[in-house]
Design a protein around this ligand. Structure first.
Ligand code: ADP
Ligand code: MG
Length: 698
């Protein structure tokens, strides 16, 4: 779809840019003229209010406006070239000092007017103030009072960039075509794109900058959300799904035989799922809920509905341990209903695998639980109706497309109807981020824990208090409880003075808790052995489990009451929250000890957030603010869009408006085929086609 336009002219062909400068620009990802036009200032200098000379004080950074009354450059004996010029305005004067720019003596003339910014300092040798110049410009009397300041790199200077941007604006601004249709601009009071780009570089006031910035943020979000809306439409509305019968003997029996009453959040979410399943649009829903909020039972309910309609369910977990756990959790309930479930993992024997494959092909097995290999391998389902995908946060949009496509292919036997899909995640994803990463899915949130849970008591344990915490742990174990110790690394590296899990397991066993049984799991321990140790911990044979972060996701041992996290400063906030969620799963009080030595402000804030709150969504918000979206829980790998201006945290309010506008807009022209949307569609595919995988789904 991409055509070459004048804007794609390499920046090197711009007047004033040679190969050398082009190389420097490429370091800033500026390759074309268009890139340069979208290379926006990081700040602006307001020249409308220069500081009067009479009120200059040492230690301040200032901007002054004055006339050269004296030039003093007789410093040729010095190694560093120093040019001094005294500047005067109506209130007084100051000596301005330039370092390392000897050519300035040729430029400066008496009576020349300058804008100069820099830092005022006291010069003890001359017993007076001087201005160490950071930047200056000849005051040519133009009314322009706000000057852009660009983010630079070595070899690039403000004045040069300003000049080149001006050239680019002169020659190319007219080539920019606004992707936003006029009625959208009008409805949301936005300036046109040309005005916005110009105002970013050459604003007449700060409010013009703000207006331009908002417009660019809106466009980023609008176009991206339009892409999500398009994805959603293609995946859901253009394909016929199944309409499941909800009320029926099986589901009613399931509901009446539940071992507990669902929380109101679970009930609400189940209603949302039932509505999706009943409708003939294929369900594409994200189910979010903190660890322990009870997602599994809700997912199982959906599987029962599918079974009631003689449809099969594939329940996929990110690891074999978790697949096993889901299987254990649901087995009893399903057996009571005579729904046949099977666990298929890498550990299953060849004969077992064959038996399960056969059962799925004939339809004897209704529910298969396993890793994502389930959907990646060629398994013939008789009638796959539902796919449950756990821990969706590990999968970006692209991987999701893969799963969705596989889902469609898998069920090709059943009239090519795609299965309903429910993506589950225990990572509380802040709304703004969820709208960006999962904006093509409908979203349900379980924001309530089952009753009777007492929030985990969290303490910070400085290194010197470590020993006294062992006594407390001993009491807990003597009361029959179990303990996790989590370490950030598997092996000690020479540079980093970190105790590693292996050494510590030994030390704890030999020196601290010789009377208890200690198990060790980490990434290098083989699958079978790991399962074996985890199994012993689950059954209570092991009192203390020492591990690296392999236990982060989903492990459920309600009897564990203490979580010790060593080197707390090495963990991200959301990760800490996940780890803490491993305890507090039973009815009695649980504890989390954060051990370590947080020194950076950020690591202290993380500890503080952990001590203050157990609300996963609150913690996720803090984490997002501390780290930025790119680093939030592996989000980078899952493909964040590259926005020109928008920041999903700062510009959250615009995100909401733009999303709504985009969905409304697409509803009026679902295929984006109207002529007024041609440029918009082009822009969407050029900018976000790849990250949203639009070519494939289209
Ligand atoms: P998640 O998958 O969301 O982390 P689970 O589904 O594993 O959480 O549920 C955690 C525990 O809470 C399980 O032992 C489950 O049986 C129990 N549970 C779930 N819902 C309820 C409820 N409404 N009332 C009481 N216990 C519940
Ligand atoms: Mg779970």
């Amino acid at each position: 779809m991409a055509k070459t336009t004048a804007l794609e002219t390499p920046v090197q062909y711009l007047k004033g840019v040679g190969p050398k400068l082009a190389r420097i620009f490429s370091k800033l990802d500026i390759l074309s003229v268009e890139d340069l036009l979208y290379f926006f200032p990081r700040d602006y200098e307001d020249r409308s209010n220069p500081t009067p000379m009479a009120s200059l004080n040492a230690g301040h950074s200032v901007l002054v406006r004055g006339e050269i009354v004296k030039i003093d450059a007789k410093n040729s004996h010095q190694k560093i070239a120093v040019v001094k010029a005294t500047l005067a305005d109506s209130t007084g004067q100051i000596k301005a000092v330039w370092f390392n720019q000897p050519y300035l003596t040729k430029l400066f003339r008496y009576g020349m007017r300058l804008f100069v910014s820099g830092r005022v300092e006291y010069n003890p040798f001359e017993s007076g103030l001087q201005l160490n110049v950071r930047d200056f410009e000849i005051d040519n009397g133009l009314p322009l009072s706000i000057v852009p300041i660009y983010p630079l790199t070595e070899g690039l200077y403000q004045k040069k960039v300003r000049l080149l941007v001006n050239t680019a604006l002169d020659v190319f601004l007219g080539q920019i075509i606004d992707p936003l249709p006029p009625h959208i601009l009008q409805k949301y009071s936005l300036p046109g794109l040309r005005d916005a780009v110009k105002d970013m570089h050459l604003p007449q006031s700060k409010s013009k900058v703000e207006r331009a910035r908002k417009r660019l943020v809106f466009e980023d979000f609008f176009v991206f959300q339009l892409g999500l809306a398009l994805r959603q439409r293609v995946l859901k509305e253009t394909v016929e799904g199944r309409s499941f019968r909800i009320d029926g003997e099986l589901f009613n029996r399931f509901s009446s035989e539940l071992p507990f009453e669902l929380t109101s959040a679970q009930k609400r979410v189940l209603e949302e799922i039932k509505t999706d399943m009943a409708s003939n649009c294929p369900m594409k829903r994200l189910l979010q809920g903190d660890v322990g909020s009870g997602k599994t039972i809700v997912a199982t309910a959906a599987a029962v509905i599918a079974a009631q309609n003689d449809m099969q369910t594939a329940f996929m977990a990110p690891t074999e341990i978790l697949a096993q756990q889901h299987f254990e959790k649901t087995k009893k309930l399903l057996a009571k209903l005579k729904i046949k479930a099977a666990l298929l993992t890498g550990a299953s024997s060849a004969a077992e695998k064959k038996r399960i494959a056969e059962g799925l092909r004939t339809g004897k097995i209704s529910i298969v639980i396993g890793t994502h290999a389930l959907i990646q391998e060629k398994i013939d389902f008789k009638a796959l109706g539902l796919a449950l995908v756990d821990e969706q946060h590990r999968f970006g949009v692209m991987q999701r497309t893969e799963l969705l496509k596989k889902g469609v292919n898998l069920s090709a036997g059943a009239h090519g109807t795609p299965p309903d899909m429910l993506f589950m995640t225990a990572t509380p994803i802040p709304r703004s981020l969820a709208l960006t990463l999962y904006g093509d899915l409908d979203r349900s949130v379980i924001d309530e824990l089952p009753p009777g849970r007492t929030p985990v008591k969290t303490y910070f344990v400085p290194e010197q208090k470590r020993v006294s915490s062992y006594e407390f742990m001993r009491e807990q174990i003597n009361e029959g409880r179990q303990i996790y110790f989590v370490y950030p690394l598997v092996e000690e590296s020479e540079e980093m003075d970190l105790k590693n899990a292996t050494d510590e397991a030994q030390r704890l066993q030999n020196e601290i808790f010789p009377e208890f049984k200690i198990g060790l799991v980490h990434g290098r321990i083989k699958g079978d052995e790991k399962e074996n140790i985890m199994g012993q911990f689950k059954s209570g044979k092991i009192n203390i489990l020492v591990s690296t972060t392999v236990i982060e996701v989903g492990i459920d041992v309600p009897n564990a009451s203490v979580m010790v996290i060593e080197h707390v400063e090495r963990f991200g906030l959301s990760q800490l929250h996940q780890l803490r969620g491993r305890v507090g799963r039973g009815a009695s009080l649980s504890y989390c000890f954060l051990v370590g030595d947080p020194r950076t402000p950020e690591s202290r804030q993380r500890v503080k957030a952990m001590l203050e709150s157990t609300d996963g969504f609150h913690i996720a918000e803090v984490d997002l603010r501390l780290r930025g979206p790119g680093d939030f829980c592996g989000v980078r790998q899952s493909g964040l869009p590259n926005f020109r201006m928008a920041d999903i945290i700062r510009d959250n309010a615009i995100l909401k408006t733009a999303r709504q506008a985009a969905f409304e807009h697409l509803a009026k022209d679902p295929g984006l085929v109207l002529p007024e949307n041609r440029i918009l569609k082009e822009s969407l595919f050029n900018r976000f086609g790849k990250v949203l995988d639009l070519e494939t789904i289209h």
